[in-house]
Write a protein that binds this ligand. Structure first.
Ligand code: NAD
Ligand code: DAU
Length: 354
């Protein structure tokens, strides 16, 4: 097992990044962490309020594409590991504005790779550039089958193709320059602090507020859901025990059709708000489908289980109940992150879906 003393986490103010920071601070008390985040609409320092005073934690506001800043951070902090999460992450936004995805996800990753290469080449000791990627790079499944680490890449949205490009760059820096790397490709995450443009928090919020529940197409698309804290624990395991150059798929073997998941959320939120269970079913509104909507994602996570001994710690039933509870108890968070600019985005995105 490797240990690292100085870790650069990018995108730590976002949904998954904030859980990763919390997990690493807890599990690796010897390590200093620098969180580099541009604080886009998706980044929020209140996600990290409970750890901001930790002496091992430093926040730096900045863009991963800023070569001078990234180089200076490597010099100052002598990082021995990078956990790279910063990205534009929402598929619908990538359809509206692909260029922002190419800039951050491709050029930003290349900037970090070059900085790591320049800082680490010729030096001694364990180093690791860990790139956090997505199962969407593998494309879309039919009714059968699972994505393995050998599945050929077939990304189909501007988001997933920008993530696929970044995965290729990371492997290229490994093969060409010998940069020590690991990559993981994970399925859909859910849990606390997820920006409510994503399915689960968006639905919880709209059920709470008795607003229409926009289900794309016929709601038959399937996603494989994993509790975000389990993703963070998998990242900790891969960072410290993953094999140099290797890819690991992460998933929960937990497939849900969107419409079934929306029904389940209605059941949980109605019950929690002491409404008649099922009374919110009337809010379901089938809207125009997402362009190029991938039908099904499902992960074969046997490599991480067999080689590193990682499995999810809780069931979907437990995780979803805890998640609904968290959003209903943290209405202030939900309302503050969705004010202003997001309201405008929401109106534009959903007004033309009809
Ligand atoms: P998110 O959108 O919640 O957070 C992204 C973070 O990156 C934000 O804090 C944002 O401010 C920051 N950021 C964006 N552009 C930046 C830039 N140019 N420079 C510095 N910081 C920047 O995303 P998330 O859902 O937490 O996803 C994190 C990573 O995990 C992404 O790489 C994503 O592709 C991957 N991933 C996400 C999921 C999921 O279900 N959410 C699943 C698998 C993989
Ligand atoms: O699979 C991993 C990916 O999961 C990550 O790489 C992405 O960053 C993350 O955003 C997520 O992508 P999805 O597109 O699967 O997630 P989203 O929550 O946007 O949508 C989940 C499903 O729900 C999808 O089939 C589209 C549908 N949907 C979504 C929204 C926002 C709706 O039916 N209505 C909605 O309003």
């Amino acid at each position: 097992m490797r240990e690292f003393n100085s870790i650069l986490v990018t995108g730590g103010a976002g949904f998954i990044g904030s859980h990763v920071i919390r997990t690493l601070l807890k599990e690796r008390p010897q390590a200093n962490l620098v969180n580099l985040d541009a604080l886009t609409y998706a980044g929020n320092l209140t996600n990290l309020r409970d750890v901001e005073a930790n002496p091992n934690y430093t926040f730096v506001k900045g863009d991963i594409q800023d070569k001078a800043l990234v180089t200076q951070l490597f010099e100052t902090h002598q990082f021995d590991a990078v956990v790279h999460l910063a990205a534009e992450s929402h598929v619908d936004r990538s359809i509206e504005n692909p260029m922002a995805f190419l800039e951050t996800n491709i050029l930003g990753t290349a900037t970090l790779l070059n900085a790591a290469k320049n800082a680490w080449m010729g030096s001694e000791g364990d180093r690791c550039f860990y790139h956090i990627s997505t199962d969407e790079v593998y494309g879309s499944l039919g009714a059968e089958g699972l994505f393995t680490e050998e599945t050929a890449y077939d990304p189909r949205s501007p988001y997933s193709s920008s993530k696929a490009s970044s995965d290729h760059l990371v492997r290229a820096w490994h093969h060409t320059y010998g940069l020590p790397i690991v990559i993981s490709n994970c399925s859909n995450n859910y849990g606390a602090y997820q920006f409510p443009e994503k399915l689960i928090p968006l639905m919880i919020r709209n059920i709470r507020d008795e607003r229409p529940l926009p289900v794309y197409g016929e709601g038959i698309n399937v996603r494989d859901w994993l509790w975000v804290e389990d993703h963070a624990s998998a990242i900790d395991v891969i960072l410290h025990r993953g094999e140099n150059g290797k890819t690991y798929n992460i998933g929960g073997l937990n497939e849900w059709k969107n419409i079934d998941l929306v029904h389940e959320l209605i059941r949980l939120v109605d019950a929690a708000l002491d409404r008649e269970v099922g009374s919110s079913l009337k809010l379901i509104t089938f809207v125009k489908d997402r362009a190029g909507h991938d039908l099904r994602y499902a992960i074969d996570a046997s490599r991480i289980e067999n080689e590193l001994g990682w499995t999810p710690s809780i069931t979907f039933e437990q995780g979803l109940a805890a998640t609904v509870d968290w959003y209903l108890k943290n209405s202030e968070w939900l309302d503050s992150v969705t004010s202003g600019q997001y309201q405008q985005y929401y109106e534009t995105m959903y007004s033309n879906r009809g």
